[in-house]
Design a protein around this ligand. Structure first.
Ligand code: ADP
Ligand code: MG
Ligand code: MG
Length: 210
């Protein structure tokens, strides 16, 4: 089953728009406890994806995720580039010959996040994007297992993403650049957690409208 190009385009444009709207905020977060490039890294990746939406729309989901992952790996750079690349490559593998459905998406996203954990040798509670993505994976799995309706699923995904993002504020970082700061990282939200949460919000808003 092919991923329609209007659908893919809408997701990529929504992600691009939300990151643009919050560019200053995100830049400030990465400046506070990182090297300040996170928003520029992501914008480079989203621009690369925007230029291939037509092509992506002609592929099935597995092939589209593979192409997205490879593009992010080569365009984003930084820790987030290889991690997001890893997410989509693992999702591609899991979606091989599968249709898009909530159980298949939950399974693929779960495997993608698991691959990210291994790649970055990180887990919950280390002040990274995983503090958003792991709770989102768990909520997706629960939604699939318990056959939640779409509004409840989308609302819960956003709730756990927001809570996860906010939870990074009081943590010290044990992975990534912020780990060099020790206690001084406390009091700042992690930039990657914030952008993950923003992109999840943007994508679920598109899903809600369709
Ligand atoms: P860099 O830190 O190389 O400049 P970015 O600024 O683009 O890369 O991305 C930084 C974000 O990557 C952090 O805010 C954090 O969420 C995430 N991150 C860094 N290291 C890891 C890791 N080992 N596992 C998971 N996420 C990580
Ligand atoms: Mg950075
Ligand atoms: Mg950097």
């Amino acid at each position: 089953m092919s991923a329609s190009s209007t659908q893919i385009k809408a997701y990529i444009q929504a992600a691009d728009a939300v990151i643009r709207e919050h560019a200053e905020e995100v830049a400030a977060l990465d400046q506070a406890i990182g090297d300040g490039d996170h928003v520029a890294n992501l914008q480079r990746g989203l621009a690369a994806l925007d230029s291939i939406t037509e092509e992506l729309g002609r592929m099935d989901w597995s092939a589209a995720f593979q192409k997205i992952g490879m593009n992010l790996m080569s365009s984003v750079g930084g820790a987030s580039g290889s991690l997001y690349g890893t997410l989509f490559l693992a999702m591609s593998k899991a979606m091989k010959d599968k249709d898009m459905s909530l159980p298949n998406l939950a399974d693929a996203f779960g495997k993608g996040v698991e691959a990210m954990k291994q790649r970055g040798k990180a887990d919950l509670g280390e002040k990274t994007m995983l503090d958003v993505l792991i709770p989102v994976t768990n909520a997706l799995r629960q939604a699939a297992q318990e056959s939640w309706d779409l509004p409840k699923t989308l609302e819960t995904l956003n709730q756990v993403a927001e809570t996860g993002c906010e939870s990074t504020r009081d943590m010290i970082a044990t992975k990534g650049r912020a780990s060099f700061l020790g206690e001084r990282a406390r009091g700042h939200i992690d930039a990657g957690a914030r952008t993950s949460q923003l992109i999840i919000k943007a994508i679920t808003d598109v899903v809600a409208k369709n």
